[in-house]
Design a protein around this ligand. Structure first.
Ligand code: AMP
Length: 210
């Protein structure tokens, strides 16, 4: 069984950023299901065709698609995985517990109104996937990624109606995982309003203690 560390949180809580930083520090593979699904869409695969409109609407992709993508991506790779955006339902959480040795679950706590404000201004690099924010974290040159020079774009599912649906799906399906992992003594709650650096340090200190 591989080790797994999980990042839970509402959209915009910064779990993707922290998951990537942690994965780099400890040499685990960072797996973001949203990215895997979007990759299928841009490659024009059968799976991509199946999930394209689901993602645009802000609904959840079918479990068998998600589990299949995880299995393919993780076959013969790495000692451990940092998941972000997975699990998103109780069913997915049970799957995770059966297939991985879950060592840590970080919950990045953020108010709904703040989350919506963060997602609304989000722009993403089309080449390296780095996130910027029109107001909170603008790029040095408008529309261009500071890191790789790629073009920045607004995700299709960051439209106002899809944002509402995604946030609603978080409270209806995913929020319950907070108590699921809390009851197992695995949950570590962190305030998502701290800076990226502060959160990175808190997580690394926690990992060293563990
Ligand atoms: P994200 O990039 O994490 O916001 O995910 C974008 C979209 O991908 C979501 O709105 C869902 O449509 C889909 N998705 C991501 N993770 C999952 C998951 N664990 N289960 C089902 N659908 C997912």
């Amino acid at each position: 069984m591989k080790d797994a560390i999980v990042f839970l949180g509402i959209q915009g809580s910064g779990k993707g950023t922290q998951a990537e930083l942690l994965a780099q520090h400890i040499g685990f593979l960072h797996v973001n299901i949203g990215d895997l699904l979007r990759e299928q869409v841009s490659l024009g695969t059968e799976i991509g065709a199946e999930v394209k409109s689901i993602i645009q609407k802000g609904e959840l992709a079918p479990d068998e698609v998600v589990f299949g993508l995880i299995d393919t991506r993780l076959e013969a790779c790495c000692d451990g995985v940092v998941f972000d955006g997975f699990p998103r339902t109780l069913f997915q959480a049970e799957f995770l517990m059966h297939h991985y040795r879950v060592t840590r679950v970080y919950y990045l706590d953020l108010k709904k109104s703040e989350a919506i404000q963060r997602i609304q201004g989000r722009i993403v690099c089309s080449q390296c996937g780095t996130n910027f924010h029109l107001r909170n974290h603008p790029p040095q040159k408008k529309g261009i990624c500071d890191l790789c020079g790629g073009k920045l774009f607004t995700r299709g599912d960051d439209s106002p109606s899809a944002i509402q649906k995604r946030v609603a799906a978080f409270y209806e399906e995913t929020f319950i995982l907070k108590s699921f992992f809390e009851n197992k003594g695995m949950l570590i709650t962190l305030p998502a309003t701290k800076s990226i650096k502060e959160l990175e340090t808190m997580i690394l200190e926690d990992i060293k203690l563990g």
